[in-house]
Design a protein around this ligand. Structure first.
Ligand code: ADP
Length: 481
């Protein structure tokens, strides 16, 4: 371990000797130097943790030790001034400029405790200075990134005054708006919008801006290097997304309603046939009618899925949030999944460690997500295992991760990025053709997003796939889970 190093700057050999003795007894390193540029150079080479700077007969108008060290490029060097009783004013000035402490002369017989206190204050000052530098550097980097971004971004203070706008924001709203009130300038509103409203954590919001385009806003509170709270907002152009969504919505709504009516008629007539109301069916006719019945059941499922998807796309997803154990949620769908797996001769393994805390979620919807992804795993696996696992990630606010892994056909690399799109299905000679409309994953992703979580996939073609999603841990009022 490196030993702490302390330097004495001055010409009082008696004081120097006393300090040297005390430090060396405690196993600390010591160096003495003169109070001039040669001395400053010496302590710089010595890489000190603390400088004891004797003010001696220094001129009251002379720059303080902290200022002199700063000038010599040693801005973060902790300093304790050594003063006589009549130099109190100089000592106070030094403290005001950042000295860690002061020592009176004549020094106490054992100056060690006081020096150790100064050393620890100095270390703290160094750590704070370092953290501030990191904050400043990060702030500079963030502004650098924001400046070159094609998405509009701005920073406001708690009084909703615009402190910063990047070029993309200026291209929409014009230059010279700093100092203006953000909700007036950006959204023509009389009160703060969802993005910047006080007392909110990170938030999301959609709005149409002055250029007629739709944007999705995300914002977060940040602290500047002076420790003041600011809010950074970034907007993404979602005009095309919105258009596409509108088309999907109308399409799905028309198709699902148009399909329901003839399907009801098919069901009704199949029931009449099966019940023998128009005469008995022979064996062959009965088999055909069964096939019609099963197919209409599948079609009904597809339509229900389409209607679900539409609700989600229209933003009508209402979450019934409650505290729920992940085991209990799994129970809702496990019976059905087990039966599906058994039918195909697959092993379904479920692992939930005891220490997984409860989530804050809509149980039925999360169960639907698990049913969708584990159902896919069973559908696209011919032999081997489907494994459902839950785990706890303590990072940030605490999250639960649920993973479903299979040993199935896998997903080709070029399709992996698209499987969460509406209606997307992998096609190709190698893919075993199965029923499905390409809706399950897009619905699942929307559900997980609505919970503030993330759903993603990994896969190797021919080897298998893994789907993972996260959910926030339930926190009670005390913040504990
Ligand atoms: P579908 O109703 O077609 O299953 P999804 O949105 O659930 O729709 O899935 C989209 C497509 O992603 C599927 O058609 C399939 O091609 C692929 N896929 C999803 N899960 C898996 C998996 N576990 N293994 C292989 N392919 C998968």
């Amino acid at each position: 371990m490196r030993k702490y190093r302390v330097a004495y700057l001055g010409s009082d050999s008696e004081a120097a000797l006393l300090i040297k003795g005390a430090l060396e007894r405690a196993g600390l390193e010591f160096v003495a130097a003169s109070r001039d540029s040669a001395g400053v150079k010496k302590i710089s080479d010595f890489d000190c943790d603390l400088v004891l700077w004797d003010l001696e007969d220094s001129n009251p108008n002379e720059p303080t030790p902290v200022a002199q060290l700063r000038k010599a490029g040693l801005e973060n060097m902790p300093v304790t001034v050594v003063v006589s009783k009549d130099q109190e004013e100089a000592a106070a000035k030094s403290l005001a400029e950042g000295a860690a402490d002061f020592l009176y002369k004549p020094l106490e017989k054992d100056p060690l405790p006081r020096i150790l206190t100064a050393l620890s204050t100095g270390q703290r000052q160094r750590r704070i200075a370092w953290s501030n530098r990191v904050i400043e550097d990060t702030g500079r980097q963030i502004r650098g990134i924001l400046a070159n971004m094609s998405d509009p971004a701005y920073v406001v203070n708690p009084e909703y005054q615009i402190l910063y706008m990047n070029r993309a924001a200026e291209e929409i709203f014009g230059e010279g708006l700093r100092g203006g009130t953000c909700y007036h300038v950006f959204h023509d509103r009389e009160e703060p919008c969802e993005v910047c409203a006080k007392g909110r954590g990170p938030s999301r919001w959609r709005a149409v801006l002055k250029n007629g385009k739709s944007y999705r806003f995300m914002s977060a509170e940040i602290r500047n290097s002076a420790g003041e709270l600011e809010r950074l907002a970034v907007a993404t152009d979602v005009t095309v997304d919105e258009e596409v969504r509108k088309i999907y919505k109308t399409f799905i709504s028309n198709v699902s309603h148009d399909l329901r009516t003839p399907l009801a008629a098919i069901d009704q007539y199949v029931d009449i046939l099966q019940d023998g109301l128009v005469g008995d069916l022979n064996e062959e006719q009965r088999r055909y009618v069964d096939v019609i019945k099963r197919s209409s059941f599948r079609l009904r499922n597809l339509i229900e899925n389409l209607i679900d998807a539409n609700k989600i796309l229209s933003g009508h997803l209402k979450l019934k949030m409650e505290k729920a154990g992940i085991g209990k949620i799994l129970e809702i769908v496990l019976g059905h999944l087990r039966a599906q797996a058994e039918d195909k001769g697959l092993e379904l393994k479920v692992t939930i460690p005891d220490n997984v805390p409860p989530v804050y979620a809509d149980k039925a919807l999360v169960a639907q997500v698990i049913a969708n992804i584990a159902g896919n795993s069973i559908k696209f696996t011919e032999q081997g295992t489907v494994q459902v696992r839950a785990g706890y990630i303590p990072r940030d606010e605490g999250r639960i991760i649920i993973s479903v892994e299979d040993t199935g056909i896998g997903i080709p690399k070029e399709d992996l990025g698209n499987i969460f799109e509406l209606f997307y299905r992998v096609e190709g000679d190698k893919v075993y053709v199965e029923e499905g409309a390409g809706l399950g994953l897009s619905i699942s992703r929307e559900i997980v997003r609505a919970h503030g979580g993330t759903l993603w996939a990994e896969s190797l073609e021919g080897m298998g796939s893994a789907f993972h999603f996260t959910l926030p841990v339930h926190k009670d009022e005390s913040g504990a889970h």
